[in-house]
Design a protein. Structure first.
Length: 578
């Protein structure tokens, strides 16, 4: 038996669909719904999907399909159960060969995507001159995990950090910077929050300052050299602050990925003009708007996408359209992914609709909104400090690492001080990221320190500890990659259960990509770790002897690779010691 892929689901899906064709030639076996039901898991529910179409009982349909599923080197047995499920059992020979291939393969048997495309992932997007806070964490973490996942699959990923770096607030910020400079306090710009708050307070209380600020906006939009230089200074300091947090958070965004609102400023008049020329944009109450079909208000009135306001200024919808046009027509992307909160669903849907109406987006180009819920506090309300203020991201990371350090000190007293600090940082940051990614992104989740830092349950520390324990076994076995020269030989039930989880990695990666759902990968890793725990309980490794010991070390080596790779795709470290 020579494996083309270690993915049992792909093999079983193809076998089931072949059996469907043989049993029911009249059925279109290329139907997407049938593919999903045949690809579900080791218990295919394809007969249930077919029964209604055929007008037959599900068990009768399942029995007919089963008669065309002959056993072979991969498929050990087929049985019909329940209302019409097909229970499919893999052979140990297949599992052994699949695990051996995973152990020898840098990609763990996961094929590169076909076709590979150019993908833009738009994520994070904080505002300039405001410190990043907990409200930015979901876009940043989810977007980065998806960018890593898509890149690993071979896609050409272009990261875009669409920061808020343009608009009327910069008039007051620049004027305040000039006042600070005149008073010899230029360094105050380094304290972004205080700097912004002081500028805002002065704008609200000092009419003369407010007038200067408004005039400064006109100079900025007009391209005044001195004003642009000051604006650039504010933006650069903000990007520097972002970069420090990104590096600590372990995300792959950097200064080169910044493509803020200002990037498209020169394109806005052309965007509006083109939409007017194509008859899509028209004047409404002094503003230039597009009314894409299918969007209406509570009273049934059409909802406008405002391109140019009554005062001649451009809204962020215009900037979003310019960015989309740039990404498709100039960057050549055929898949655009926007990691933006669920409340922006209608706005993005309207932007996507207008872009397609304008002819900028070909039918095959995918425009996808990766919506997500909110981070809630223990009271199930928006996560705030005890004083009711927004939680600063820097403070959140500090607290995570401080809490993790206390836990790591209790559990890993034999580590030296430097290693303990590094592990605590990895655990603290990883715990925050995994708590976010392990939840279905469309749902809100409660930020709970005790749960996310626990060393049991579906948490980062639990998975990290499972990996570290495997590394410890490898070290004690006398090699850094113990078992690499051996091959797994499945015998005990706990070995088989662990193997069945491990070979699901290719299918998991495919599903996580298809639905842009990192929580699917999290759930897979958790199930692997759970199966590993049962394996430890039933199958001694280091105290075994001969071929059994070698085979179990090999199984441990595959598991360590899967956990490390999976955590890495989520942007989470996998320490070798804990």
């Amino acid at each position: 038996m020579k494996l083309a892929s270690v993915d049992p689901f792909a093999y079983l899906r193809d076998r089931v669909l072949q059996a469907v064709r043989a049993a029911f030639p009249e059925v279109d076996a290329t139907d997407a719904a049938l593919h999903r039901s045949a690809h579900a898991d080791y218990q295919a529910d394809v007969a249930l999907a077919l029964a209604r179409r055929l007008g037959k009982p599900p068990r009768e349909v399942a029995t007919a399909i089963a008669q065309h599923l002959t056993v072979d080197d991969v498929l050990a047995s087929v049985a019909v159960s329940g209302p019409g499920f097909l229970n499919l059992t893999l052979t140990n020979a297949f599992l052994n060969q699949a695990l051996t291939q995973m152990l020898a393969d840098e990609r763990l048997g996961v094929p590169l995507a076909a076709p590979r495309v150019k993908v833009v992932v738009d994520y994070s997007g904080p505002n300039v001159a405001k410190e990043m806070h907990v409200g930015h964490i979901r876009s940043t973490i989810i977007g980065d995990a998806l960018a890593r996942l898509l890149e690993w699959q071979g896609h050409d990923v272009i990261r875009q950090n669409h920061i808020g770096d343009w608009g009327t607030p910069f008039g007051m910020l620049i004027e305040h910077l000039l006042d600070a400079r005149a008073g010899g306090a230029d360094a105050s710009l380094r304290e972004l929050v205080a700097f912004y708050q002081a500028a805002r307070a002065k704008f609200d209380s000092d009419p003369a300052f407010a007038d200067r600020a408004r005039h400064r906006v006109v100079l900025l939009q007009g391209g005044d050299a001195e004003t642009l230089a000051l604006w650039r200074k504010v933006v650069d300091v903000s990007i520097e602050h972002m970069d420090i947090l990104y590096r600590r958070l372990g995300v792959t965004l950097g200064p080169t990925h910044v493509a803020g609102e200002s990037t498209y400023n020169a394109d806005l008049p052309a965007v509006v003009a083109e939409l007017q020329e194509k008859g899509l944009a028209r004047e409404s109450e002094g503003a230039i708007c597009v009314f894409p079909p299918g969007f209406s208000g509570r009273e049934g009135e059409p909802v406008p996408l405002i391109l140019r306001k009554q005062d001649g200024g451009y809204g962020y919808a215009t900037t979003d359209l310019a960015a989309l046009r740039h990404r498709v027509l100039r960057l050549g992307a055929t898949r655009l992914i926007y990691c933006v909160g669920a409340p922006q669903a209608q706005h993005l849907a309207m932007v996507f609709a207008v872009a397609r109406l304008a002819g900028w987006v070909a039918p095959e180009v995918r425009l996808e909104h990766v919506a997500f819920g909110s981070v809630l506090g223990p009271d199930k309300k928006m996560f705030k400090t005890r004083a009711g203020e927004t939680v600063r991201l820097a403070s959140l990371l500090d607290e995570a690492c401080e809490r993790a350090a206390r836990t790591v000190e209790e559990k890993a007293r034999d580590l030296d001080a430097d290693t303990m600090r590094a592990v605590a940082e990895a655990v603290g940051i990883g715990a925050i990221k995994y708590a976010d990614l392990s939840n279905d992104r469309v749902k809100d989740y409660v930020f709970d320190w005790n749960r996310m830092l626990a060393f049991e349950g579906n948490t980062a520390p639990y998975l990290m500890y499972a990996h570290a324990r495997l590394c410890s076994i490898a070290r004690k076995a006398g090699a850094t990659d113990a078992g690499a020269a051996s091959t797994p030989q499945i015998a005990a039930p706990a070995e088989r259960a662990l193997a069945l989880e491990l070979v699901q990695l290719p299918a998991t990666i495919e599903r996580a990509d298809e639905g842009l759902q990192p929580h699917r990968l999290c759930q897979h890793l958790f199930e692997v770790a759970q199966a590993l725990t049962r394996f430890y309980e039933d199958c001694p490794v280091l105290t075994s002897e001969g071929p059994v010991r070698s085979a179990r070390l090999a199984l441990c080596a595959v598991t360590a690779k899967v956990l490390a790779r999976g955590l890495g795709l989520l942007g989470i470290a996998a320490p070798a010691q804990m």
